[in-house]
Design a binder for this molecule. Structure first.
Ligand code: DAH
Length: 339
């Protein structure tokens, strides 16, 4: 038994020396000192020893045990130190290396112009509101005086989700939502995405952006509409800009008009940008139809208002003489860098 104990000690020391990781050490501890370990099983046989031998072997067994225990602690510390050294080596940073340059993004031209438009309207006391892009047929059409069989529905090819729900084809439904909720005075603009089932080409996209404007109060007249739009155009395109109102038709306004700005490229002479016209159309507008007001619970005998709607892409294309709408969505940096 004495030899066995010596042999265990020798083997344990050797194996501990060779151990490379904390887990191996733990396995060795279990192997030698654990409940079913080698040392324990020797101690269990002590009963068969003579009374004389028992204390001697017992003492030796204790020595071996504390020897192995001390060795375990020592090796654990050594292994920990070695692992730390390795980690420091691995994580060494060379602060003299040149850094990797990150590409810095910039605002999209649509965002730049939208911010400008928002600022101009905020300066005139307007608030900015948003509406849902998934909209009820009621808000997108019915409440705006566009019933089911109205020809205006054909000109706005609609993505229907079901009979009642669609992707809004215009930002005008926000007018209805605002008027339903808020008592006049109302003075808001509402920018956002709109959707139409158009094939993609240089001037069409199934997704584009509009900015809606709405003012409702007592005594609002067409003169207020003209004044507001003239101020907007001068701030947007320069103080010397000239504005023209042309009669038009929209189901939700009466009377309705389209607004042109005198071509800021040729000043009315006629050029490629204005297609020889001398004028560039920028938005639709009009006095809110009495039916729309009463649909929203506002008494048209007491209140009146004006509304306007413009296409953001169009405004930006005309400002920068961009001839292909697709450039806005392709995110080609050669295009985006120019703004
Ligand atoms: N919603 C119209 C469209 O998409 C644009 C428009 C015209 C909006 C006249 C208006 C308006 O608010 O008064 O074609």
């Amino acid at each position: 038994m004495k030899q066995e104990l010596e042999a265990i000690r020798e083997r344990a020391v050797r194996e501990l020396n060779e151990a490379k990781g904390q887990q191996v050490l733990e396995n060795l501890r279990i192997k030698y000192l654990g409940k079913k370990g080698e040392l324990t099983s020797i101690l269990k046989q002590m009963g068969s020893l003579s009374a004389e031998e028992r204390p001697k072997i017992g003492q030796l067994a204790n020595e071996v045990r504390s020897f192995i225990e001390k060795d375990l602690v020592k090796r654990a510390a050594e292994i920990k130190e070695a692992e730390m050294q390795k980690r420091l080596e691995r994580e060494k940073i060379d602060v003299t290396l040149p850094g990797t340059r990150r590409e810095l993004g910039a605002k999209h031209p649509l965002s730049i112009e939208l911010d400008t438009i928002k600022e101009i309207f905020i300066g005139m006391g307007f608030e900015i509101v948003e509406g849902p892009e998934v909209e009820y047929d009621y808000y997108n059409f019915e409440a705006l005086n566009i019933p089911k069989d109205h020809p205006a529905r054909d000109t706005q090819d609609t993505f229907y989700i079901n009979d009642n729900i669609l992707l809004r084809t215009q930002t005008s439904p926000v007018q209805v939502r605002v008027m339903e909720k808020q008592k006049p005075p109302i003075r808001i603009i509402s920018p956002g995405r709109v959707y139409r089932s158009d094939a993609v080409d240089a001037t069409h996209s199934p997704l584009f952006h509009q900015i809606e404007g709405l003012v409702v109060d007592k005594g609002i007249t067409f003169a207020d509409l003209k004044g507001t739009l003239e101020t907007f155009v001068k701030r947007m395109y320069g103080e010397d800009s000239v504005v023209r109102f042309r009669p038009h038709h929209f189901p939700f306004t009466e009377p309705s008009a389209e607004v042109d700005v005198q071509c800021f490229n040729c000043h009315g002479e006629g050029c490629r940008l204005c297609k020889g016209e001398g004028w560039i159309e920028i938005l639709g507008c009009g006095m809110v139809h009495p039916k729309v007001l009463s649909n929203c619970g506002i008494d048209p005998e007491v209140y009146s208002g004006f509304a306007l709607g413009m296409g953001l892409e169009r405004v930006v294309m005309r400002k920068y003489n961009i001839d292909d709408l697709r450039l806005f969505y392709e995110n080609d940096v050669r295009f985006l860098k120019q703004f």
